[in-house]
Ligand binder design. Structure first.
Ligand SMILES: NC(=O)c1ccc[n+]([C@@H]2O[C@H](COP(=O)([O-])OP(=O)(O)OC[C@H]3O[C@@H](n4cnc5c(N)ncnc54)[C@H](O)[C@@H]3O)[C@@H](O)[C@H]2O)c1
Length: 379
């Protein structure tokens, strides 16, 4: 099978997640990066393309031109990675989908639910692959948790506690011109969600991915703790899931000193589990009436979902890049299945997961601005 020809929009010098996407795409040798509109700044776009050894002719100053020109090339790209700020995701994705090019888009899906729904109808009409990089679902021990829950190892699920705590926005660093903080705190670019859009959507997706349940109703209390900030930087959210499971989600970017404290705990009638992204190779398992066990990635009695997502033996740590690469590799399977007009089962987060993320943001904001009331997701 030939490698998948990949393009990228965003991800130029000085940006964050584009480089991670490139590493993730390289890890399993299933993609080759051939084209890019890598920056909003023409010179940075050119310099970035040069440093990545892209053909000069395939470094574009506009994503619209890139979509049209690449679609017409014999060896044009088959898929594009979108790693721009949120407000551009919908228009960039639309340009590539309308030119027959698969999309790998970072989260949140768009900057509004209306844009997300418009995009979903294009995805449906074109039948193209659309992956959303909710990358935490790529970690082997997250997949192990999902498999154990599916197998009934936890019994009936009762309680879920999730937190995603960061501290990098504990002061108004956006006022210093910090590139990533500037757009994340600007509703015109981030959308109506601050921390809940940026990292809350990851936690929300993780909760549904691991449990196989969906959030039905939520009650949110959002705050902007840093004076003058327009969007939320701290949120406490109560959630009710489809089977009656109760959940609490704490999302914060003002948790002073915290780095990437994403943690999930699920408790059922037979056992509990706990996983933390800063120590991702292990999963705590606490069966009723037995001692707490720590399950290790690659260790004995690990299921096939985690096994298939593992590259190296236990004791050699795998982490963020490998988890991200699992999303890329699984998306490659979908693209190859599309090439051969066949179907394959997949764990890749889809446009529907992206839509749920947008419903989560909009419902949480509505609940909070209404004084903290229970609302159905998407109401
Ligand atoms: N999955 C994750 O873990 C994760 C982590 C960080 C960011 N993200 C998401 O990735 C996206 C990018 O975040 P970031 O932190 O890398 O942002 P960033 O500000 O570091 O980079 C954004 C890039 O987009 C480029 N850009 C802006 N307008 C453009 C245009 N019109 N054409 C081409 N390029 C353009 C910028 O020049 C820059 O290179 C956001 O949607 C964010 O939510 C996801």
């Amino acid at each position: 099978m030939s490698k998948i020809k990949l393009g990228m929009v965003g991800g130029g010098k000085g940006s964050f997640i584009g480089e991670v996407h490139r590493m993730a795409a390289r890890l399993d040798d299933r993609y080759e990066l051939l084209a890019g509109a890598l920056s909003s700044d023409v010179n940075t776009a050119k310099e970035s393309a040069l440093s990545l050894n892209l053909d000069k002719k395939r470094s574009y100053s506009s994503f619209d031109t890139m979509a049209e020109v690449e679609a017409a090339l014999e060896d044009g790209i088959e898929a594009v990675a979108i790693v721009t700020p949120n407000h551009l995701h919908a228009q960039v994705a639309e340009a590539f989908l309308n030119n027959g090019i698969h999309v790998i888009c970072d989260k949140p899906l768009t900057s509004s639910l209306a844009d997300a729904e418009g995009l979903a109808s294009i995805v449906k009409d074109t039948g193209l692959v659309f992956a959303v990089t909710y990358n935490y679902s790529g970690y082997p021990m997250v997949r192990q948790a999902r498999e154990m829950i599916q197998n009934g190892d936890l019994g009936e699920l009762r309680v879920i506690q999730i937190e995603y705590a960061q501290g990098w926005l504990a002061t108004d660093i956006e006022k210093t011109g910090h590139k990533q903080a500037l757009w994340r705190t600007n509703p015109a670019k981030a959308g109506i969600g601050g921390a809940i859009g940026d990292i809350g959507t990851h936690a929300f997706h993780l909760s549904e991915f691991v449990t196989g349940l969906q959030v039905k109703d939520l009650l949110a209390d959002l705050d902007s703790m840093v004076s003058g900030r327009e969007l939320d930087d701290n949120a406490n959210i109560l959630m009710k899931y489809t089977n009656g499971m109760k959940g609490m989600l704490w999302v914060s970017q003002i948790a002073t000193g915290k780095e990437n404290g994403l943690k999930i705990r699920v408790f059922g009638t037979k056992a509990g589990i706990e996983w933390s992204q800063e120590n991702p190779n292990f999963l705590e398992f606490s069966p009723l009436g037995e001692s707490l066990r720590t399950l290790s990635r690659g260790g004995p009695s690990i299921g096939s979902l985690a096994g298939d997502a593992t590259r190296i033996p236990s004791g050699h740590p795998e982490g963020f890049i490998e988890g991200f690469a699992n999303i890329y590799s699984d998306t490659a399977d979908l693209i190859l299945a599309h090439r051969s007009n066949s179907k394959t089962n997949s764990l890749v987060p889809t446009i529907n997961d992206g839509i749920r993320g947008m419903q989560f943001i909009e419902t949480a904001v509505k609940s909070s601005t209404s004084g903290g009331v229970w609302l159905s997701l998407g109401s």
